[in-house]
Design a protein around this ligand. Sequence first.
Ligand code: URA
Length: 287
Amino acid sequence: MQEPGKFSEKSAIELLRWYQAMGVDETISETPLDWSSLQDTKALLPQPAPATNRPDNRRTSARSAAPPPQAPVSAPAHKPAHVNLPAATLAARDLAAKASDLQGLERTLAEFDGCALKKTAKNLCFARGNPQARLMLIGEAPGRDEDLSGKPFVGRAGQLLDKMLTAIGLTPDDVYVTNVVYWRPPGNRTPTPHEVQACQPFLERHIELAGPEMIVLLGGAAAKQMLATEQGIMKLRGKWKSIEIAGKPIKTLATLHPAFLLRNPVSKRLAWRDLLTIQAALEGKGD
Ligand code: URA
């Protein structure tokens, strides 16, 4: 009979299997911690989006633009839009604005504590590729391999991404790659709207400083955030839209996320069409 409160080896293995199935694939420190006893655990849990305006200065020409998930409080017409933004977002925007180049922005982010994801991540995952590239790719969030290496898209999804780029004649040096959040969400869960919003001022400055000619959004999370819509990726993908970053319009196309394609290889034909659309735009053809 098993002693009360103690696990048999078999049930401990079952528990580990369950954790693994739930996406818990690593410990985050050598010493076990009772997270439920910590005062500060709220910061680690998904939090609802604050009921404010979008914290960014983007505008999209996408007609489909829908309100953010929680009821927005509209800025009164006689006040500037930023008046209703949360203090943390305004502070993040000020910090991001002070960075005069990409290295400075990365350093500022490394010192920024306004995104709860930083607490559980091992490394800041800023960008990879060529900052001077014409094409900037934006994914969802770093995974385990990215967290370990501090570079976006270096795991299985990243390898598929590189193959997709090769298929249209691009090398990793022809693109600049980042994510909508800069730290890995625990267990690879989808980042919450709150976490995405905390990183948004930095992402916008990131885009502004890199100055790409075109942006490709990889997957639904990046597409919804950057196109300011609640529409699904299957509706959004494959069409050029225009987003405005710091007053400048940038041609932007959403496509399927490589991790989705790994799970749903039959959808690769849709991704292929999107790749051809991107290739045509880079060659100055298409719309
Ligand atoms: N998936 C993403 O969205 N980003 C990465 O960096 C890796 C996998």
